[in-house]
Ligand binder design. Structure first.
Ligand code: PBG
Length: 319
């Protein structure tokens, strides 16, 4: 008789045959940085996560480095917004300032990455600029992304995370960077990014002004084949790393990506995934530590080479 239980009988045996392991270097911590604040401000829908000041950002970077995390992903929360998201391309805009601060603090210890998208900086809250009829204008947005890419690379970002879901965004930013002497700056394509309800708490985190939704540019949760199409396009356009987002509800898409991609594939355990675990644990309904570990191990098991997660520092501490 086959007895698979033989390999489950002790903690040491289970550890020995574990197929998937977490390592701090495979974890990336997203960080929010708010303009004009002198201290960290809690985000109520994400207990334990804050909007950083530049000082608290320095401390968070130092901790991430000491824990051996793979990197951090920076998001800016500007004081002023406008229709074209001027703060995104301003060298003194909060994200670009924060990038310089983070790179100086991190040294060679971890990879400082930046979100390349206009939604935090536009007064309408969309990821691109709008045309005369109020629709998100793909190609006009690409021109803004080119400038945003140059601003981020100039600020020292070591990996640009293109999360706006405009067609052609990877090729456009690659072209802009190559033309300005930044051919060594790598691009992370948020290739298969779905229009998800699980981004809810993020909207509070970045004080989003969005009215409506992003369904004309982010993908329909119903579509798996389309995820493959988006992934293949980003590979063709020259993405150095691909991303699937959110993670837990899209493990099939992630497994597809891992099977087809010649470049690394990452996944983003998003704000709502974090908040659900925190909320259930706060009610005593699940074991928080085990749920955190299980959720991230499952994302790696499905094929992620690295995971963006708000639990990154906590997991690394436990390892
Ligand atoms: C776009 C962006 C979003 C997230 C990361 N990058 C918001 C969106 O697409 O609506 C969400 C991340 C999260 O929910 O944790 N700049």
């Amino acid at each position: 008789m086959e007895r698979p239980r033989r390999l489950r009988q002790s903690p040491a045996m289970r550890r020995l045959v574990a197929e998937t392991r977490l390592h701090p270097a495979d974890l990336i911590l997203p960080l929010f940085v708010r303009e004009g604040t002198t201290e960290a401000i809690p985000i109520s829908s994400m207990p334990g996560v804050v909007q950083h000041s530049l000082d608290s950002l320095r401390a968070a970077i130092a901790e991430a480095a000491s824990l051996g995390l793979g990197g951090v992903m920076l998001f800016g929360v500007p004081e002023h917004k406008d229709a074209i998201g001027s703060g995104a391309t301003d060298p003194n805009g909060i994200l670009n300032v924060a990038t310089r601060v983070a790179v100086a603090e991190a040294g060679d210890a971890l990879v400082v990455q930046t979100d390349l998208c206009l939604d935090e900086f536009t007064d309408h809250g969309h990821c691109g600029v709008l045309d005369a009829r109020g629709r998100v204008d793909n190609d006009a947005s690409l021109l803004r992304y080119r400038d945003m890419g140059l601003a981020q690379a100039s600020a020292g970002s070591q990996l640009l995370g293109l999360s706006g879901m405009m067609d052609g965004q990877v090729a456009a930013v690659r072209d802009a960077l190559d033309g300005a002497g930044f051919s060594d700056t790598p691009l992370l394509g948020y290739s298969a990014k779905y229009a998800s309800a699980f981004y809810g708490p993020f909207r509070e985190a970045v004080q989003s002004s969005l009215v409506g939704d992003r369904r004309t540019y982010q993908q329909d949760p119903a579509n798996r084949r389309e995820g493959t199409h988006e992934l293949l396009l980003d590979i063709e356009e020259g993405a150095d790393i691909l991303m699937v987002k959110p993670a837990m509800s899209y493990l099939d898409v992630l497994a597809d990506a891992a099977a087809l991609s010649p470049v690394p594939v990452w996944a983003y355990q998003v704000s709502g995934e974090y908040a659900m675990i925190e909320a259930a644990a706060a009610n005593g309904w699940i074991d928080r530590t085990r749920a955190i570990h299980e959720s991230v191990v499952s994302i790696k098991r499905a094929g992620a080479d690295a995971v963006l997660t708000y639990f990154a520092a906590e997991i690394a501490k436990a390892l």
